[in-house]
Design a protein around this ligand. Structure first.
Ligand code: BGC
Length: 499
């Protein structure tokens, strides 16, 4: 080989080595960046861990806080609010009843016809209306005018324009899904707003009165006969169908639970007489807190940036308003630590851009190649062409968030059962008649449980983990569809027969 040939060969070798080195460097960088993404997810997963030991600590903490909240007002983050509901519907009610159910995003109006004598609901009609977002921060008058007009139009349609209701004053079941200090079964003042509502001039006011004034302004001849939390409505419907129903849980935009408590356990209102020896207590468990809850830096940041800092801690970990947002925060962090989402991950920095329904859709994507995940990432975040590996990581984040939420919800439920001696393991008062635990039904409502099968599966699995298979068989979670509103109408029926 001549000098020229040698020079060319050496030159080629040098170039080849340089290319190979660049490739190795690029691959190493990409591995490092991938490693950064994985490290974020692994750290998050570790922080969210809910081994059964921890769940049992949450069970105990829930039961302890329930005692404290019943002992005195302000004794616990659990408000344990009295509802004045001491009798639950049992199937004997009859007549036609209306209810209005104000939730976080929708307002439902409904009419039920009951046949009495155990014949159950003969007829029911429910209409759902979206609440315009701006109303959540408007004025009391605007909010109550909107809902009373919605109700008026519904009632007039239902009564075929006969104006019957306007002639004869009817009683209305009013479901108000925010914390209320009840003054009686039909009245109560708003303690604070949750779930993004902020209409300051309602706080401290009797919301039944606000609604009645709006109904009268708008020419609707009705009065509030029962003011109930959505959990209480759900419990009422659950009990209507199954007398073993002892508690109810809402797990939707917000979360809460109520249950039937013995009168003598209502220490903070000693001397209160009830017809049945018991009363439904609205726990407002969204505000539950315990050092045993697995809180991560993402939860802390979410809380810090929320309008109700240090409040609704449990709700911020488990309810629909927040799950998508927690996922978004983790994905944003991944984008900062790696380039697995490409150059254009800016949209990940927009708070609340990922709704929980979309997060659930990504989590439950069973298409080959996670097509749905790719579509949502592209449409929501303008992040096209995300690799399959990265999409799998996104699903893993959704799974971690949902699993933690579902398992903590399950622990909360067992905490209630423990408090009322129905967890089958708490000794003599435990409802273990001759060693056999009693059947306990928990009525349950709203999208996270009803529409999100992974959430449901994780919840059921956690109940078995905590209680063991045999005892867990006695805990029945039963969906009470539209229970929040129907239950309010049923309570009107129950109470009007007693008046
Ligand atoms: C409210 C509760 C309500 C729950 C479910 C929470 O934010 O404080 O009153 O029951 O959401 O709707």
């Amino acid at each position: 080989m001549g000098m020229v040939g040698l020079g060319v060969a050496v030159g080629c070798a040098v170039v080849t080595c340089a290319i190979a080195a660049a490739l190795v460097r690029r691959r190493a960088r990409s591995w490092l960046r991938w490693g950064g993404a994985v490290a974020v997810v692994e750290g998050f997963e570790e922080g969210c861990a809910t081994p059964v030991g921890r769940l049992r600590q949450v069970v105990d903490a829930m039961a302890v806080e329930m005692y404290a909240g019943l002992a005195s007002d302000g004794g616990s983050k659990l408000k344990m609010l009295l509802t004045f509901v001491d009798t639950l519907p049992d199937g004997d009610e009859d007549g036609i009843y209306y209810a209005l159910d104000l939730g976080a995003t929708t307002c439902q109006v409904l009419r039920i016809q009951l046949g009495g004598g155990g014949s159950k609901i003969i007829n029911h009609k429910v209409e759902q209306h979206q609440i315009p977002q701006e109303l959540a921060s408007s004025t009391s008058e605007e909010l109550f005018d909107f809902i009373s007009l919605t109700l008026k139009e519904f009632v007039e349609r239902e009564e075929n324009g006969i104006n019957q209701v306007l002639d004869e004053r009817k009683e209305l079941g009013f479901t108000f899904s925010f914390p209320i200090r009840q003054l009686s079964i039909s009245s109560g003042v708003l303690i604070k707003w949750t779930k993004g509502f902020a209409i300051e001039d309602v706080v401290g006011k009797d919301v039944s009165r606000c609604l009645e004034e709006a109904m009268s302004r708008n020419g609707l001849n009705m009065r509030v006969g029962a003011l109930v939390n959505d959990t209480v409505g759900t419990l009422a419907l659950g009990h209507y169908y199954d007398k073993d129903t002892v508690a109810a849980v809402i797990i939707g935009t917000g979360t809460n639970a109520c249950y039937v408590e013995r009168s003598d356990a209502l220490i903070k209102s000693q001397g209160l007489l009830t017809n049945s020896g018991g009363m439904v207590v609205n726990m407002e468990w969204g505000n539950f807190w315990s050092a045993h809850l697995p809180k991560t830096s993402y939860d802390i940041a979410l809380d810090d940036e929320s309008p109700n800092r240090n409040e609704q801690g449990f709700e911020k970990m488990i309810s629909g308003m927040y799950l998508g947002e927690i996922v978004r925060r983790v994905l944003h962090r991944i984008a900062e630590e790696s380039d697995i989402f490409g150059e254009s991950a800016d949209h990940l920095s927009v708070p609340f851009i990922l709704r929980t329904s979309l997060m659930a859709a990504m989590h439950e994507d069973d298409s080959p190649n996670l097509r749905e995940v790719g579509r949502i990432l592209e449409e929501q975040f303008q992040m096209p062409g995300i690799s399959l590996k990265a999409r799998m990581l996104v699903v893993r984040v959704c799974d971690i968030v949902t699993r933690r939420a579902a398992r903590l919800t399950a622990a909360g439920i067992i905490g209630i059962l423990k408090k009322i001696g129905r967890d089958g393991i708490s000794g003599v008062a435990s409802g273990r008649a001759k060693g056999k635990p009693k059947r306990s039904v928990v009525a349950i409502e709203r999208g996270l449980y009803t529409n999100y099968s992974m959430f449901r599966e994780y919840m059921n699995e956690a109940i078995t983990d905590i209680l063991g298979e045999e005892i867990a068989q006695n805990v029945v979670l039963r969906v009470a569809e539209d229970g929040s509103g129907i239950g309010a109408a049923l309570l009107i029926a129950t109470y009007s027969s007693k008046r």
